[in-house]
Design a protein around this ligand. Structure first.
Ligand code: ITT
Length: 201
């Protein structure tokens, strides 16, 4: 049987773990490269950052590579923090959760809607790239809850749920996440490239 290996251009081990889990469903074995992904992320777009990360690995190793850039947006805050979700406050995920909750205090009760966005770019060793997009709509909780997942998971309640992502199991989150949708979309296009069989179950 052919093994489909795809390198994932990320330094975030929690993100990698989710991508690896989801990719397995499509018959793709995700691997982290042996070197840190050393790129300067911009502030313009998720897609551009995802392309930067994937291109770094393809240029280093001459292999197909998957880059992912994601963030959380609060429409009532003009889409903040968006593309700078990982960087708008230095420190830990918990520090950023607290900083976002602090900003939410200026908003009314009906203004807690939020959306997670994820862009996946797969750069091809023989040139070109593919892009997939996914989003997950929900709202910002009043206080953090749950220790599962990473980043903003403890303060994000997906639409249709009464619990934060931090309280959902890994499997539950991976079934509905922005990352799942973006990967699915990218793999649909990737199938057949370089002889891989992504998505053939
Ligand atoms: P790499 O760039 O190395 O991939 P990173 O953590 O810096 O890792 P990003 O630049 O894509 O990743 O930033 C994503 C930000 O959005 C970061 O603050 C995450 O915590 C947050 N985020 C993205 N997806 C998330 C999810 O599924 N759950 C919680 N937070 C998420």
């Amino acid at each position: 049987m052919k093994t489909n290996i795809l390198y994932v251009a990320t330094n975030n081990t929690s993100k990698f773990r989710e991508i690896r889990q989801i990719a397995e469903d499509y018959g793709i074995h995700a691997q982290m490269p042996a070197v840190p992904v050393d790129v300067q992320e911009g502030v313009v777009s998720y897609e551009e950052n995802a392309l930067l990360k994937a291109s770094f690995v393809t240029a280093q190793f001459g292999v197909d590579a998957l880059g992912e850039d994601s963030g959380i947006e609060v429409p009532a805050l003009g889409g903040f923090p968006g593309v700078i979700s990982a960087r708008f406050v230095a420190g830990s995920d918990q520090d950023r959760n607290n900083a976002l909750l602090e900003r939410m205090k200026a908003l009314g009760h009906g203004q807690r809607q939020a959306v997670f966005k994820a862009y996946i770019v797969i750069t091809l060793a023989d040139g070109g790239h593919l892009t997939g997009y996914g989003e997950l709509r929900g709202s910002i909780a009043g206080v953090p809850a749950g220790g599962n997942g990473f980043g903003y998971d403890p303060i994000f309640i997906p639409d249709g749920y009464d619990r934060t992502l931090g309280l959902l199991s890994e499997e539950e989150k991976n079934r509905i996440s922005h990352r799942r949708k973006a990967i699915e979309s990218a793999f649909r296009q990737y199938r057949g490239h370089s002889g891989n069989t992504a998505g053939e179950r």
